[in-house]
Design a protein around this ligand. Structure first.
Ligand code: NOJ
Ligand code: CA
Length: 534
């Protein structure tokens, strides 16, 4: 189709393995379950699947606390099964991206067990140990990313020192100032790339650079516990050099910074990340002008060939349908519009499992809460089959699911939606197919239009083809601002409007000045007359 790299062609679909599909009935999703549902990924035409961590882990942070970076946790299966999953995906033309967690390990990792055993242990300096402050408190004012944890330091009375944990105390930070740590973690990257993994999502990349002097944040206008420029980028370049030892591999960073200037720095020079998750975008309110400005900011701040990654949900954030659509009314109309936005923008769309169903967050009763940071609702298991047919596990499990499923499983499960051509799943499949078949969507130029209040619109052009995407953020019909648009006729490629029963389906096309967007509708149009002056 196009000669762009694989990771630019289609969506990257995030699987949260615990909640995707359970193959052995213990209530926890696993690799066996995932392998039996690869048809679902093929039907979405995704370019790649990204697996949240499946490595050995005591599960204090559900896999983001890794006790062996080079083995699979028995909850998920075996290394052999992971090899088979990679092979099965490759047979289908689906690339595999693993989640690499370089900032910290589990406190049960043999490296940390050695490190905490004595001040003289050869691995002592593999983690960040310090004496307390003169008042007996922690060494500085750094805080854990998780509010419930508090200070980012844990006192260990075995050796009377504190260790740094930017997340939970079960996730001690590795000391990247120590070249042995850097080399060992580079070897982890090689281990997986040697096994045929196509890419890595780098967890908490902004945390790899910290002030080596461990100065407090207070009284400084920059933070000392993350994004520390003097070391951050050199460290990332070192990682990229390892990745570039292999052909055709990709790294995408979780660069959790809410300043886009700082984020695009991690893409600069062509020798750092291939893509960075843009959390400024994820935090946007439902507002056309806000979307437009963040899309425009990426274009103006990043280097011209820097490649955007667009995402609006993952396993750490309330789901799209809940954030944007929870009005008790008309179904996930905004989530459907968002699916078109992600597909039609220049850049790689990232989908979180369940977004293709318009799944909302689940309600988690207090006695079932398991996450330290309130992230259970978006991690509820995927409903595959109607509970009325498959029982309360909804085809996710035959046992007791580790988290409750959504209340709406009967209507929103894969099986029910697959039967309905107007469902969100059917829409997601059409969007995936469109993206897979369209060089214009994959590599076309992009031009944001000034389309008037409540409307986000942009053109994608490639050769002689011109596609126009437009989204109505209002709950009333909107006409695109005259003058923003090229004159001429269009064909409707796709509308996200599911219509209500009895609505006339959107016609096959018309002329642009007459185009009226329905409430919360997103459309993709092919312009069929030559542009004026061309
Ligand atoms: C970011 C991950 O997405 C999140 O789930 C995890 O808790 C932290 N990093 C720590 O690894
Ligand atoms: Ca299982």
């Amino acid at each position: 189709m196009s000669t762009s790299p694989w990771w630019q062609r289609g969506a990257i679909y995030q699987v949260y393995p615990r909640s995707f599909a359970d193959g052995n009935g213990d209530g926890i999703g696993d690799l066996q379950g995932l392998r039996t549902h690869l048809d679902h990924l093929s039907a979405l035409h995704v370019a790649a699947v990204w697996l949240s961590p499946v490595f050995r882990s005591p599960m204090a942070d559900f896999g983001y606390d890794v006790a062996d970076f080079c083995d699979v946790d028995p909850h998920f299966g075996t290394l052999d099964e992971l090899d088979r999953l990679i092979a099965d995906c490759h047979d289908r033309g689906i690339r595999v991206v693993l989640d690499w967690v370089p900032n910290h390990s589990s406190d049960q990792h043999p490296w940390f067990l050695a490190s905490r055993s004595s001040r003289d242990d050869p691995k002592r300096d593999w983690y960040v140990w310090r004496d307390g402050a003169p008042d007996g408190g922690p060494p500085n004012d750094w805080r854990s990313e998780f509010g419930a944890v508090g200070p980012a330091w844990t006192f260990d009375d075995r050796t009377d020192q504190w260790y740094l944990n930017s997340y939970t105390p079960q996730q001690p930070d590795l000391n990247w100032d120590n070249p042995e740590v850097e080399a060992a973690m580079h070897d982890v990257v090689r281990f997986w790339l040697d096994r045929g993994v196509d890419g890595l999502r780098i967890d908490a990349l902004q945390r790899l650079g910290k002030d080596p002097l461990l100065r407090s944040n207070a009284g400084s206008d920059i933070r000392h516990d993350q994004d520390w420029e003097p070391v951050a980028h050199a460290r990332l370049r070192g990682i990229r050099r390892v990745v570039d030892e292999y052909p055709d591999r990709m790294i995408v960073g979780e660069v959790y910074l809410l300043d886009l200037h700082r984020v695009v720095d991690y893409l600069a020079g062509g020798d750092q990340l291939h893509m960075a998750h843009n959390f400024v975008f994820l935090h946007l309110p439902w507002d056309a002008a806000a979307f437009r400005s963040v899309i425009g900011d990426f274009e103006s701040l990043a280097e011209p060939d820097a490649w955007p990654a667009w995402f609006l949900g993952n396993h750490d954030h309330s789901r799209i349908a809940t954030r944007y659509d929870d009005d008790g009314g008309s179904g996930p109309a905004r989530a459907r519009a968002v699916a078109l936005v992600l597909t039609a923008l220049r850049g790689t769309p990232f989908l979180f499992q369940g977004d293709e169903l318009g799944l909302p967050d689940a309600e988690i009763p207090p006695e079932r809460v398991v996450d330290v940071d309130g992230r259970d609702p978006e991690r509820a298991p995927l409903p595959w089959r109607p509970p009325s047919v498959a029982g309360p596990g909804a085809g996710f499990t035959t046992g007791t699911p580790w988290l409750p499923l959504v209340r709406e499983a009967e209507a929103l499960c894969v099986e029910t939606q697959a039967r309905d051509p107007r469902s969100t799943l059917s829409l997601s499949r059409r969007l995936g197919q469109l993206r897979a078949d369209s060089a214009t969507l994959q590599v076309g130029d992009q031009h944001l239009l000034d389309a008037g209040p409540d409307v986000l619109a942009w053109l994608r052009t490639h050769g002689t083809e011109r596609l126009l995407a437009a989204v109505n953020f209002a709950t009333e019909p909107r006409r695109l601002r005259a003058g923003a648009l090229p004159d001429g006729r269009y064909d409707v490629v796709l509308s996200t409007d599911a219509g209500s029963p009895g609505d006339a389906p959107r016609g096959p096309g018309g002329t642009l000045p007459e185009l009226v967007l329905r409430p919360t509708e997103a459309v993709l149009l092919r312009l069929i007359d030559p542009a004026p002056g061309s």
